[in-house]
Design a protein around this ligand. Structure first.
Ligand SMILES: *Cc1c(COP(=O)(O)O)cnc(C)c1O
Length: 371
């Protein structure tokens, strides 16, 4: 047998979540599949969502990988071109680029494009990460207009605090965006913004394209509502098995540093997963682990290749018992919160050692896929 550590991927749940996102959207819905589809597999996500209105990735490299795999849908590159050569690639591969900095216009002017490139003008409406300030926008818009090789498609912005309930910063960003008259429609919302009512002084704000990411994978983008309340379904179930069981007498310690001390005679189960697989090393003792469907607490420090759990109250657990670390029966959001992080990070840090497994693949029917 091979290492039993695997991420089972349920593509029908991905499609379900995409349709749910689409049902909340005013316009088109671009599925965000950057960072290897949030750890779920870039190309497989695109194939599973073959009828999506479009896809968004972080960088041209990711877009190239999609085109190489035969994905023909519209592709938006959220960070735009890093240099002149990437402008050329965008033209050749029909990529749409976010335009967020003067340097990108300078790079663009230094090449003759083989075809016009569609750009999404990114406005910094308050997050202060990427984008032009609203006061710069008219100048940039003129320069785009005068450039026959650029097609302005949308005005885009990104919210810093859409995950919080009625956060003033969210409404301030919305106000900033509607305060100006724009020549093309908006793309504003990631998952959290998409699920939030957007209005400025009573008037609804609509957008032409939304850009959901995390909700597609079945995790809640809102810090005040759970994934199941939102109707989202987990796409990834991270699984392993018990590879050892033994009993530790009261007072003995378990794991590196001996952080955890047995308060009673304790039956310990060892699970074949660790931070070398991407299970978070900071998961504290008490973090739930499903052994044969029963919640058992993690005990002691997470090692590179294994974790230890208390199975004293689960007498039928034995070597080979299936273990779920998060997924369909154990919310990834709950695990992330206990680890002081967010599901995004847990998904993204899964390592290549974890086999990505799927039963139902849209195109080639393979069952085992590496990321
Ligand atoms: C990552 C990203 C998204 C998707 O965000 P989620 O919170 O995962 O829905 C949307 N827009 C931009 C600009 C992003 O960088």
């Amino acid at each position: 047998m091979t290492r039993p550590t695997r991420a089972l991927l349920n593509w029908s749940h991905l499609r379900h979540n995409y349709e749910l996102a689409r049902s909340h959207a005013d316009g088109k819905t671009y599925a965000v599949i950057k960072a290897n589809g949030y750890g779920h597999g870039l190309v497989n996500c695109a194939r599973a969502l073959s009828s999506a209105d479009g896809f968004a990735v972080a960088c041209v490299d990711e877009a190239v990988a999609l085109r190489d795999a035969g994905i023909q849908r519209p592709l938006l590159v959220l960070q735009g071109a890093y240099d002149a050569q990437e402008w050329q690639q965008a033209a050749e591969l029909n990529l749409q680029l976010a335009l967020h900095h003067e340097q990108q216009l300078a790079d663009r002017s230094s090449v003759r494009l083989s075809r016009p490139v569609s750009v999404w003008l990114k406005i910094n409406s308050g997050m202060n990460r990427l984008g032009f300030r609203p006061a710069q926008a008219n100048d940039i818009l003129q320069r785009i207009e005068q450039d026959s090789e650029l097609n302005l498609r949308y005005i885009m912005s990104h919210f810093s605090s859409a995950d919080e309930w009625q956060c003033p910063a969210f409404y301030a960003q919305l106000e900033t965006m509607v305060a100006q008259h724009w020549p093309v429609p908006f793309s504003l919302s990631s998952s959290a913004g998409l699920l939030t009512e957007k209005h400025v002084r009573g008037t609804p704000v609509t957008e032409a394209v939304s850009r959901p990411g995390i909700m597609l994978y079945g995790s809640s983008p809102l810090n005040y509502r759970s994934a199941s309340e939102l109707g989202l379904k987990a796409v990834m179930t991270l699984q392993s098995q018990l590879i050892s069981t033994h009993t530790v007498p009261t007072g003995e310690r378990v794991g590196y540093g001996g952080d955890w001390q047995a308060p009673r005679d304790t039956r310990v189960g060892v699970v074949a997963i660790g931070y070398g697989d991407g299970y978070p090393r900071h998961a504290p003792s008490g973090t739930p682990v499903l052994v044969d469907g029963v919640e058992c607490p993690l005990i002691g420090r997470v090692s590179m290749d294994m974790i230890t759990v208390d199975i004293t109250d689960h007498p039928t657990a034995q070597i080979g018992s299936p273990v779920e670390l998060w997924g369909e029966h154990l919310s990834v959001d709950r695990i992330a919160a206990l680890c002081g992080t967010i599901s995004y990070e847990l998904f993204c840090q899964l390592t290549p050692r974890v086999k990505r497994i799927t039963r139902e693949l849209p195109s080639d029917g393979a069952t085992v896929l590496n990321p």
